[in-house]
Design a protein around this ligand. Structure first.
Ligand code: SF4
Ligand code: SF4
Ligand code: SF4
Length: 333
């Protein structure tokens, strides 16, 4: 019964909070482009404001993200190598329009939960965790946490082994087979494509722009800004709606905070759970304790990296080659 009461309170305070959001939009973001890459940022996703863009075919945040990242994946080879031993080829190239789940071509989607005859909409993408196991476990150091909090996969270094997805509590990174460096090293025996996910629009931040989803949201349900300022706004809004926060402690802390008038236990219980549709389990523990098999895997990861030194050598060769070709092309222009 408590949930119902909280939900009603939040609806009564909706207009007030909405006006507050409009006034706050853009305020906490560091002013200069360099500060946006050097200072710790956080995103706030306000479930009291998001209406799922139900009047549009595709939510504005999703459309914006797709437009920005449309050329991220290079053309997929015709004959994708069969991975050994018996791993599955994951090819989304003919399903690029899918928007109702995360895919390598879709880095954000809007999940929903039906509660007391109303719908709560929850845009989901990478949480940009404070201590991301997905980055720690990567044997090729293809995945890294930036100073501003963005967790970014370098598509030129990724072999698509999907360890990052295994250790992510929400299984966020998504694989596209038939692209990437593995095709030039030991295709079929090592690697299986490239992993893709939200990178917080880090390149746009470097250019002084907002992440596409934040900029596009017509209801200002997404805010990005200096971490402490965002935490303060999240606390204030949660207090005002007698609501709840998600992302502060989950997976050891993240730089994405959700505020909601309904508890995340209730949201998680009622939301549909399918592959590519991350749940919202509260109190998610970081999956890297040394007693955990995954913890052991991470200890082994650098050794795997060393074992792959030969491959890394080949990779360096390809990187150098690629840069040389690029330079040559620039010189010829
Ligand atoms: S976050 Fe904004 S753009 Fe995305 S679904 Fe919600 S209201 Fe629409
Ligand atoms: S949400 Fe998953 S993919 Fe994103 S930083 Fe956290 S562990 Fe990594
Ligand atoms: S921050 Fe950029 S990459 Fe991430 S979901 Fe938003 S638009 Fe997509």
């Amino acid at each position: 019964m408590k949930e119902k009461k909280d939900f009603n309170i939040s609806r009564r305070s909706f207009l007030k909070i909405s006006a507050g959001a409009a006034a706050l939009a853009g305020v906490p973001l560091p002013k200069t482009a360099s500060a946006r890459t050097e200072e710790q940022l956080s995103t706030l996703i306000d479930l009291n404001l998001c209406d799922g863009c139900v009047d549009r075919k595709v939510p504005a945040c999703v459309s914006a993200c797709k437009a920005i990242n449309k050329d991220k994946i290079p053309p997929v080879v015709k004959n994708i190598p069969e991975p050994w031993p018996r791993k599955t080829i994951e090819d989304w190239s003919k399903k690029q329009d899918v928007t109702n789940r995360l895919t390598p071509y879709n880095f954000i989607y809007v999940h929903n939960a039906q509660i007391d005859g109303k719908t709560i909409f929850a845009p989901r993408r990478c949480m940009h965790c404070d201590n991301p196991a997905c980055a720690t476990i990567c044997p090729f150091s293809a995945n890294s946490k930036k100073k501003n909090g963005a967790v970014v996969i370098d598509q030129d270094l990724c072999f698509g082994g999907a360890k990052c997805k295994d250790v992510c509590p929400w299984e966020i990174p998504q694989r596209q087979s038939g692209v990437g460096i593995y095709l030039h090293v030991l295709p079929g025996f090592m690697g299986n494509g490239v992993m893709y996910k939200c990178d917080l629009c880090n390149e746009r931040l470097k250019e002084g722009k907002l992440p596409g989803c934040v900029e596009a949201c017509p209801r200002q349900a997404l805010l990005i800004g200096e971490r402490k300022a965002i935490e303060k706004i999240a606390d204030e809004r949660a207090r005002a709606m007698n609501g709840f926060i998600y992302g502060k402690a989950e997976n050891g802390g993240t730089s994405t905070l959700y505020v909601s008038p309904v508890s995340f236990e209730q949201i998680n219980k009622t939301m549909e759970k399918k592959p590519g549709q991350p749940d919202m389990k509260p109190d998610v523990v970081r999956r890297m304790a040394t007693t955990d098999p995954l913890g052991k895997a991470v200890l082994a990861a650098p050794l795997l990296g060393l074992a792959a030194a030969g491959v890394a050598g080949a990779h360096n060769w390809f990187t150098r080659r690629k840069n040389l070709v690029k330079k040559e092309e620039e010189n010829n222009d």
